[in-house]
Design a binder for this molecule. Structure first.
Ligand SMILES: *Cc1c(COP(=O)(O)O)cnc(C)c1O
Length: 378
C-alpha cells in the first residue's frame, strides 16, 4: 500500500469548525447573508486593526471590487508584483485596466520599491494614468509598505494590498491586511485559514467598505422593487461559510504556530547544506510562515530543486516551484513591466515544501525522512 499523499497546505478543519457550521445551519440562517457574516466581518476587522471588513466569495472578488471602488477604469495602468498567483493580474484585467508588472526583491520575492518608482516614472512619462498599485505579500511575508506607501503617496496613487497569503503577518508593528487604502484576504482551501472558498476586503474607509458591499450584492438600491443604477456582482460570502471562518479565525494563532514550528524544522534540516537557503528566513518571525520554500544554488549544492521534488514525489509528497512570474505567463506575453530577472531566478531555483498546519506528525516525519535520504545520497 502506498502512503497517503502529503499536500503542501491542506485545510485544517476539526470539531470546532464542524460544531459552528452545524449550529449556523440549525439557526435557520442558510440564505446567503445573516448574523455570522456580520460577526465575521467584525472579527476580521478587529483582528487586523482596521475599521471595516466586507466578507466576499473569494480573494479574487475582493481584488476586483477593490480596484473598481478605488476608481480604476478601463485603460488605466495598474502596477502589481510579477511574482504572484494569477488571480492578482486577472482581477486587474477584469476592470479593463492593464497590469504592469514589477519585479521582485530577491530576498523576499515581494515588489521591489525601487523598480516600482521606476515603473511609475516610466508610465507617467508616457502620459498614461496609473489607477492603483497592488503589492502582493508573497508566501505570507508582507511587502515593504513603509517604502511603497511613501512612493504611492508621492505620486497620488492608491494602494490595494493583496494580503491573500499573509493574514497573521506584521510589518513595522502593523498587521498584514491593514496597509494601503484597502487590503484583500483569501480563505481559499490552501491558505492559512479557510472558509472552503471565500475572501474579504478590509479598510478604514467606511464609504469604500459600503461601496464594495453594495457592488457585491448585485448593486441593489435600498428599495423593494429592485432598482439598479450600477452594474453589480454576486460576490458575498454565505452565512454558513462565515461561521466556518469565525471558527478558523479563533484558531489562527495556533495554526500559525504549527506552521512556524515546521519552518524551524526545515531551517534545521537545511542549516548546513551547502547552496541551500530557506527562502525569506531573515526576519521570518514577522511572517505567518504560510508556505516554506527553499532556494537552491544548483552549482554549489550539486543538485537541482527538481531532483529533490522528484525524490519527494516518489514518496507521494507534494512540492512545487515558487509562483511562475506573470510576465513569463503565455496569457500575459507582451505585457509591460519593470523587470530585472529576480523573479525569474526565484522561479528557477525555488521549491515549496509541505507547510500546512493540518499535516499530521507522521506525515511531517515522512517528509523529513525523505529529505534526509535525498541529502544523504548527495
Ligand atoms: C490565493 C490568492 C489569491 C486569490 O484568492 P482566492 O480566494 O482564491 O480568489 C489572490 N492573490 C494571491 C497572492 C493569492 O495567493
Amino acid at each position: 500500500m502506498t502512503a497517503d499523499r502529503v499536500y503542501l497546505s491542506p485545510p485544517d478543519i476539526g470539531q470546532l469548525e464542524e460544531d459552528r457550521l452545524v449550529a449556523a445551519l440549525r439557526s435557520g440562517w442558510v440564505a446567503p447573508l445573516g448574523p455570522e457574516v456580520d460577526a465575521f466581518e467584525r472579527d476580521l476587522a478587529e483582528r487586523v486593526g482596521v475599521a471595516h471588513g466586507v466578507a466576499l466569495s473569494s480573494g479574487t472578488a475582493g481584488l476586483h471590487l477593490g480596484l473598481i471602488a478605488l476608481g480604476v477604469r478601463p485603460g488605466d495602468v495598474v502596477l502589481t508584483s510579477t511574482m504572484t498567483f494569477a488571480a492578482t493580474a486577472n482581477a486587474i484585467v477584469y476592470t479593463g485596466a492593464e497590469p504592469y508588472f514589477v519585479d521582485a526583491d530577491p530576498a523576499t520575492g515581494n515588489m521591489d520599491p525601487e523598480l516600482l518608482e521606476q515603473a511609475l516614472a516610466g508610465v507617467r512619462e508616457l502620459g498614461e494614468r496609473v489607477g492603483a498599485i497592488v503589492p502582493v505579500d508573497l508566501l505570507g511575508k508582507t511587502a515593504d509598505y513603509t517604502a511603497i506607501e511613501e512612493i504611492a503617496a508621492a505620486h497620488g496613487v492608491p494602494v490595494l494590498s493583496d494580503a491573500a497569503e499573509s493574514l497573521g503577518a506584521t510589518h513595522a508593528g502593523r498587521a498584514a491586511g491593514s496597509f494601503g487604502a484597502a487590503s484583500i484576504l483569501s480563505f481559499n482551501g490552501n491558505k492559512v485559514m479557510t472558509t472552503s472558498g471565500g475572501g474579504a476586503l478590509l479598510t478604514d474607509d467606511g464609504d469604500l467598505a459600503q461601496h464594495v458591499r453594495y457592488l457585491a450584492t448585485q448593486a441593489r438600491q435600498p428599495v423593494v422593487h429592485y432598482e439598479h443604477t450600477d452594474i453589480g456582482y454576486n460576490y458575498r460570502l454565505s452565512n454558513l461559510l462565515a461561521a466556518l471562518g469565525r471558527a478558523q479565525l479563533s484558531r489562527l494563532d495556533e495554526m500559525i504556530a504549527r506552521r512556524r514550528a515546521l519552518r524551524d524544522r526545515y531551517k534545521r534540516a537545511f542549516g548546513d547544506v551547502t547552496g541551500v537557503e530557506v527562502f525569506g528566513a531573515d526576519g521570518d518571525e514577522h511572517d505567518n510562515a504560510w508556505l516554506t520554500s527553499i532556494v537552491v544554488d544548483a552549482e554549489a549544492a550539486g543538485w537541482e530543486p527538481s531532483e529533490l521534488s522528484a525524490a519527494l514525489a516518489a514518496e507521494n509528497i507534494e512540492s512545487r516551484p515558487l509562483w511562475k512570474p506573470m510576465h513569463l505567463q503565455p496569457v500575459f506575453a507582451g505585457a509591460r513591466g519593470e523587470i530585472n530577472g529576480s523573479s525569474k531566478r526565484l522561479f528557477r531555483t525555488g521549491l515549496t515544501l509541505p507547510s500546512g498546519s493540518a499535516l499530521r506528525d507522521e506525515q511531517v516525519d515522512r517528509v523529513f525522512a525523505a529529505i534526509d535520504v535525498f541529502l544523504g545520497a548527495r
